[in-house]
Structures are given as structure tokens and as C-alpha cells.
Design a protein around this ligand. Structure first.
Ligand SMILES: Cc1cc2nc3c(=O)[nH]c(=O)nc-3n(C[C@H](O)[C@H](O)[C@H](O)COP(=O)(O)O)c2cc1C
Length: 226
């Protein structure tokens, strides 16, 4: 799948078939995560793959409790038991590390889409002390490793029209980016002098031409436990 199609087709999926994600697909998604940019090239991410049915049930119970506590996300949470879950962790809570793990997570989500899988990133499952202690204990997280988000991946049961309708709420490009400063923001009454199209044509950004050593897949991927 073309990169831009993957970006457009990725939508949050909350309904999965009870069908296991093949190990080579998981490896491809995690490999895409591994290659993300990171501040100081620290690659501060760790991922724990959780496929164990008992753990997934427990995660669902804790998720439901957190949803009602924070009155977030009214939804049928059975999807958590059909999906393969991946816990994305960071080595520190410095902003640069959190952003780096978020970028790796987006790579993973886009790779899932390119492989024909549905995905969802969630922070509600890691939002209470009880949840964090659960992951610490059950995944044997080393001291200093902080759970940041839970990713669900699997075979979607959503129809393409359901995914299309998810696009409708997206803010438009002209409302998301400005050229140089906010006074150039396009609005209904005034057209900005410089368009996003012009910016793209004039861009002189060159890819960096240096080889950077990346952490291996084996070193970032953990099955059930560290
Ligand atoms: C940081 C973050 C946390 C999120 N947490 C949850 C969550 O706890 N539960 C959930 O169902 N969706 C969660 N989502 C998914 C968002 O609701 C979803 O991305 C958003 O509604 C846009 O829809 P889209 O992903 O289909 O474009 C989260 C997304 C992000 C980026």
C-alpha cells in the first residue's frame, strides 16, 4: 500500500475478528516502530506484545473501571479480547522521550494499516496507578520503564464505509497549518498570501545522509514479559 493511502486509511478500529495476528506481521509492525526518529537517537521505546487471553481479560476489566472513573469512551470493550495488544513504554517521562515513543507508535499503526490490519492506540488503559502496577507486575517491567500507551491490532470487522465516516470529523489542512505566522491563516473572509502548496514547492529540506545505528528488533520486543 502506498504511504499516503496508509495515512488516509488508518482509522481507529474498536471491533476485531477473533483471529490471531501472524508473528511475521507483528515483527513488521515493530520493525517499522524501531526505525522511527528519536531525540538524540536514544530510541527510548520498549514494546511488550500481550496475546495471553487471561491478561487481556484483566486489561479489559481495568480499562472499563478507568473509563467510568474518567467518564471517557462509552464503548463495547470486547475488542480488547480479540485484538493482540502491544504495550508501548518509554525509558523516561522527558518530553523528548514521550514524543519519540509516540512517533514510533504512529509508525506501528501505519504499518498495521499497510498490512491490512485494524489498530487502535489508547492511553486510558495506562491512566490509573492500578493499571500501571498491573503492567509492572504482569509484564515484569524493569524499574524506570514507564507504560505510555496500549495498542490494539487485529483483523477489523468494520466496513469501509464505517472507516470513511471516521474521516468526516478531521480538521482540514488549511485549519491545521499556517505559513510563517498565524496572521496568514486562511479563513472564510481572507485568503492567505502564501499557500501550503507554495511552501511544499519551495522546500529545500534535504534528507540527512548519514547512517545511524538502530536498535535491533530483538532488543525492543518482549513477549508477554521482559
Ligand atoms: C494519545 C491517544 C490516546 C487515545 N486513547 C484512546 C482510548 O483510551 N480509547 C479509545 O477508544 N481510543 C483512544 N484513542 C483513539 C482516538 O479516540 C482516535 O484516534 C480519535 O478519535 C481520531 O480517530 P481516528 O484514529 O480514527 O482518526 C486515543 C488516541 C490517541 C492519539
Amino acid at each position: 500500500m502506498d504511504f499516503f493511502d496508509a495515512v488516509k486509511n488508518r482509522r481507529s478500529i474498536r471491533s476485531f475478528k477473533a483471529q490471531e495476528v501472524p508473528a511475521d506481521f507483528l515483527a513488521k509492525m515493530l520493525d517499522a516502530a524501531r526505525l522511527a526518529p528519536s531525540a538524540l537517537n536514544e530510541q527510548p521505546w520498549e514494546f511488550v506484545v500481550i496475546a495471553d487471553q487471561v491478561k487481556k481479560k484483566q486489561i479489559r476489566v481495568l480499562y472499563d473501571a478507568a473509563r467510568s472513573k474518567f467518564t471517557l469512551y462509552k464503548q463495547d470493550t470486547s475488542f480488547l479480547e480479540n485484538a493482540t495488544l502491544i504495550l508501548a513504554c518509554t525509558k523516561s517521562d522527558a518530553t523528548r522521550d514521550i514524543i519519540s515513543v509516540a512517533l514510533a507508535t504512529e509508525n506501528l499503526l501505519l504499518a498495521a494499516t499497510a498490512l491490512g490490519l485494524g489498530s487502535l492506540v489508547m492511553t486510558t488503559p495506562v491512566s490509573t496507578e492500578e493499571q500501571v502496577s498491573f503492567f509492572r507486575r504482569e509484564c515484569n517491567l524493569p524499574a524506570g520503564i514507564i507504560p505510555l500507551a496500549l495498542i490494539a491490532v487485529g483483523y477489523s470487522t468494520a466496513s469501509s464505509s464505517q472507516k470513511e465516516s471516521g474521516m468526516q470529523g478531521m480538521r482540514e489542512l488549511s485549519m491545521t497549518a499556517v505559513i510563517e505566522n498565524f496572521s496568514n491563516r486562511r479563513n472564510a473572509n481572507r485568503r492567505s498570501a502564501t499557500t501550503v502548496g507554495e511552501l511544499c514547492c519551495n522546500s529545500s529540506i534535504q534528507p540527512a545522509n548519514r547512517s545511524i545505528q538502530k536498535r535491533t528488533l530483538e532488543s525492543i520486543m518482549h513477549s508477554e514479559k521482559f
